[in-house]
Design a protein around this ligand. Structure first.
Ligand SMILES: NC(=O)c1ccc[n+]([C@@H]2O[C@H](COP(=O)([O-])OP(=O)(O)OC[C@H]3O[C@@H](n4cnc5c(N)ncnc54)[C@H](OP(=O)(O)O)[C@@H]3O)[C@@H](O)[C@H]2O)c1
Length: 307
């Protein structure tokens, strides 16, 4: 249980940030840190004033972030550019946001001795990265690992699959527009999926158990995008347009290299850099991981069950 803590969330107005705030604000004080005024205004309407503080700022602005962190016990770094195509098109902005922003976050945390735990929110695309977004998140994880070695604060990361109910999810768009001309990049493309609440569970679990430097990954099932489209639209055939630059057919939860340091701890895997597992895990990819059953997938997509 996380209680009586002051918790700063960068990207606090995002899908995950709001879910974490909903989860944690009753027993803690939440500090939301992000750039857009309107999103903060809307969030203020949803939450009781005395449990929340709001700061406008960019994660790259170390000074303002340090000011917002004053007196915090826990810091969660969720702010990022996360759209694969946008990141591929604009590597410079991705580097500034996801890498320079993370470096700045770490620096601000280092200057705030009350912060005892700092969590980075990463993605499965950081495992064997093939695109700018995945590379930027891989580097963020490494920055957190390094920070953990050189600071009294415990720094760690969590790695997510696709949060089906997050903003900007293509699946939400398809659900709202099932009769449009939906195109598929490759018939076998598959992804790990979970819900926002599972993302928030993973962050809170990591805050509770992290020892420092590790990456915590929730066990997730996988689904082919083709099956998702079939369920949403009721159609079988989609025009195939080829993979986007940097897009993979299969994602991995951990790479072959990382699997040597991977441990199975029940509902989660944990990568402990430098701690070799004598019984190493195999590579966990959407090619080999258990799939959702038809009805599990329908439930996840919130559409009527089959049969
Ligand atoms: N959604 C997914 O399926 C998924 C999957 C894997 C990993 N993740 C990771 O989970 C984290 C949260 O994802 P999400 O879906 O909640 O994202 P989101 O809804 O797009 O929210 C992103 C948040 O970050 C803030 N932000 C972005 N750049 C910023 C900057 N330079 N300075 C300050 N704030 C900034 C945004 O607010 P402003 O624009 O107002 O600043 C917003 O509050 C991200 O790190 C993402 O990479 C998400």
């Amino acid at each position: 249980m996380i209680q009586n803590k002051r918790i700063l969330i960068t990207g606090g107005t995002g899908s995950l940030g709001r879910e974490l705030a909903r989860r944690l604000h009753t027993d803690n004080h939440i500090v939301v840190y992000s750039r857009n005024e309107e999103r903060q205004y809307l969030m203020k309407q949803e939450f009781p004033k005395d449990h929340m503080s709001f700061f406008i700022g960019d994660v790259r602005d170390t000074e303002t972030l340090e000011y917002a962190l004053h007196g915090c016990d826990i810091a969660i770094h969720g702010a990022a550019m996360k759209d694969l195509i946008m990141c591929e098109d604009q590597p410079t902005q991705t580097i500034l946001n996801n890498i320079e922003g993370s470096r700045s976050f770490i620096q601000a945390v280092r200057r705030t001795p009350t912060v005892k735990r700092a969590c980075a929110v990463s993605t499965d695309k950081a495992a064997s990265p093939s695109n700018v977004y995945g590379c930027s998140k891989y580097i963020m994880e490494q920055l957190f690992r390094e920070a953990n070695r050189t600071s009294p604060c415990i720094f760690f990361s969590v790695r997510f699959g696709n949060m089906i109910d997050s903003t900007g999810s293509l699946i939400s768009y398809w659900k709202q527009h099932p009769n449009t001309d939906i195109k598929l990049t490759h018939p076998e493309v598959a992804r790990f999926f979970f819900r926002l609440k599972d993302g928030a569970d993973t962050v809170t679990k990591a805050i509770e158990i992290a020892e420092g430097g590790e990456i915590l990954i929730r066990k997730m099932k996988q689904a082919r995008i083709h099956d998702i489209l079939r369920i949403i639209t009721g159609r079988e055939k989609f025009e195939i347009i080829g993979l986007f630059p940097g897009e993979k057919i299969h994602e991995e939860l951990m790479s072959a290299n990382e699997a040597a340091y991977g441990f199975d701890i029940g509902d989660y895997y944990v990568i402990r850099p430098g701690v070799i597992n004598p019984a190493p895990l195999s590579v966990l990819s959407t090619e080999t991981a258990p799939p959702f059953t038809e009805n599990e997938l329908r439930e996840l997509l919130d559409v009527p069950l089959a049969g």
